[in-house]
Write a protein that binds this ligand. Structure first.
Ligand SMILES: Cc1ncc(COP(=O)(O)O)c(C=O)c1O
Length: 507
């Protein structure tokens, strides 16, 4: 019988493959070089959307053709977070070295489940650097994960297991004598709700304490809640502090919360996804003093270290508690005295087993730029947020809606005679036109029932003039939207109604 031809995914012609890869690299570099010339975001034409409805490709096509599809259909329509005028939600803006690292990491191809190889050492070194950057002790433990949500989930898993008073892993939550209570402010990121739900504690196990007028966790209210829950027979377990709230960038009183947790015998977790790396900033670092007192900390290198998505980091002060929460070594993964299996299994610190080599993008960018440069860039974003705040305060049409603590600015366009609902329609319309006209991308939120625009400057490409441009654009758009309504007032009060807006109600 004739031998069947054996196949591989490797190219038949390596020289040709190298030429094609070099071409793709040149285009990628040009894409980053020319970011500013393109709009931060643009709507995709119908043919682009239709293109992605195509069937499973059963037959091959040349790599050049596949790359052309990427060039024409994918690269022109990014989310936009690399652009200098992208300030929506909260994300970093990437960097060329990090992108190169992702390519090299994929080529090197290691599985970060563990083993004795260089990629595992790189990850362990990056975790050590994360500890050093935020003032965690060298004896602490940590792991790189997909992002802040999972970093918080892992940390809260350890917190749950360490405070439950039972062997949760073995007997489950059904054996709890008293339900656990976790505490955080009403400004917590939504991932904490997902975490307590996933952990089987239920949403009601996370008691949201009203924040103070500056959107910081109200300490007396927290103390009262803990006492009340103890009296009711519940088991207060963990305080979750914000080092930078997602809504407005407020930073809870970390030293006071650390002291309270200690006094009450509670686990102290800090969500530092937004603000932990302020510890690197030469002037603002004191804003996050106390990070090192946490039992666990979540931080997000894909935010202020601008690592391309995705990479988060979970740090746990007590290394044995960390391992105790996740370690299981099946018989097929027994450590060996020598060779590839003669190293700690990194999956014993995580829920995932197979994992990408995401450490390399953080490692290479830190080596190339130095941690001090990242600290200066963080400081630069904070200074830019102050600049924007001053521009807002100087305008009679704009109102600041929350104190600017770090790099998040909440404000809105106001026009006389509009109620809250109308102001929301007006400001959402401004936000959408900024996107659709390709001027800037920002997002919105609601603070104590009042809607506002929100600019989160986690962007190493933003320049002060971009913020001046933004304010001018918002003033123009606000006036353009309001002017026809003033000429043609609707109803007795003269205020606009949703149907009266030039482009209809906000979506
Ligand atoms: C304060 C805070 N915590 C957690 C998260 C979740 O992080 P990720 O999107 O990396 O999962 C975010 C995201 O912006 C955040 O702002």
């Amino acid at each position: 019988m004739a031998a069947r031809l054996e196949e591989t995914l490797d190219p038949e012609d390596w020289q040709a493959a190298a030429r094609i890869a070099h071409g793709a690299l040149d285009q990628a570099v040009a894409h980053l070089r020319d970011l500013r010339k393109r709009p931060p975001w643009q709507e995709m034409p119908e043919d682009v959307c239709a293109f992605f409805e195509g069937p499973l490709p059963r037959d091959p096509q040349p790599l050049e053709a596949v790359l052309r599809s990427v060039e024409e259909m994918v690269m022109p329509y990014p989310m936009g977070n690399g652009h200098p005028r992208f300030w929506a939600w909260y994300m970093g803006s990437g960097n060329l070295t990090g992108a190169l690292a992702d390519f090299l990491a994929a080529v090197q191809g290691s599985n970060l489940g563990g083993g004795r190889h260089a990629a595992a050492l790189v990850e362990q070194q990056v975790v050590r650097w994360c500890k050093e950057m935020v003032g965690f002790p060298p004896t602490a433990s940590g792991t790189l994960v997909s992002g802040g949500s999972i970093a918080n989930l892992l940390a809260l898993t350890v917190a749950r297991n360490e405070t439950a008073g039972i062997a949760v892993r073995e007997v489950g939550l059904g054996a709890l004598e008293r339900p656990l209570r976790f505490y955080g402010s009403d400004q917590l990121h939504s991932c904490h709700r997902k975490a307590v739900e996933t952990l089987g504690l239920g949403n009601c196990a996370l008691r949201r304490i009203p924040s103070d007028p500056d959107f910081r966790l109200d300490l007396p209210a927290l103390r009262e809640a803990i006492a009340e829950d103890r009296a009711a027979g519940l088991r207060p377990a963990c305080i979750i502090a914000n080092a930078g709230t997602v809504n407005s960038g407020a930073i809870d009183d970390l030293p006071a919360l650390a002291a309270l947790a200690e006094q009450e015998g509670l686990w102290f977790h800090i969500d530092g996804c937004i603000g932990a790396l302020i510890a690197l900033a030469p002037h603002s670092c004191q804003l996050v003093a106390g990070l090192g007192r946490a039992d666990s900390l979540a931080l997000d290198p894909h935010k202020w270290l601008h690592a391309p998505f995705d990479v988060g980091c979970c740090l746990i002060r007590d290394a044995s508690a960390h391992r105790a929460a996740f370690a299981t070594t099946p018989e097929y993964l027994e450590e060996a005295p020598r060779g590839l299996a003669a190293a700690d299994w990194l999956f014993e610190l995580d829920l995932q087993m197979s994992r990408s080599f995401r450490a390399l993008k953080v490692w290479m960018a830190l080596k190339e730029q130095g941690a001090a440069k990242f600290g200066r860039l963080i400081e630069q974003n904070i200074a830019q947020a102050r600049h924007l705040t001053r521009l807002i305060e100087a305008s009679p049409f704009l109102r600041l809606m929350a104190p600017t603590t770090i790099n998040i600015v909440c404000f809105r366009f106001e026009a006389e005679g509009l109620d809250e609902a109308e102001l929301k329609i007006l400001n959402r319309e401004i936000m959408l036109r900024l996107q659709e006209e390709g001027l800037a991308v920002l997002s919105d939120t609601t603070l104590r029932g009042r809607h506002c625009l929100r600019v989160a400057i986690c962007n190493h490409r933003t320049r002060s003039h971009d913020l001046e441009f933004l304010v001018a654009a918002i003033l123009r758009l606000g006036q353009e939207i309001v002017a026809p309504l003033e000429k043609d007032p609707a109803g007795a009060g003269g205020g606009p109604t949703p149907g009266k807006w030039p482009s209809g109600p906000a979506r």
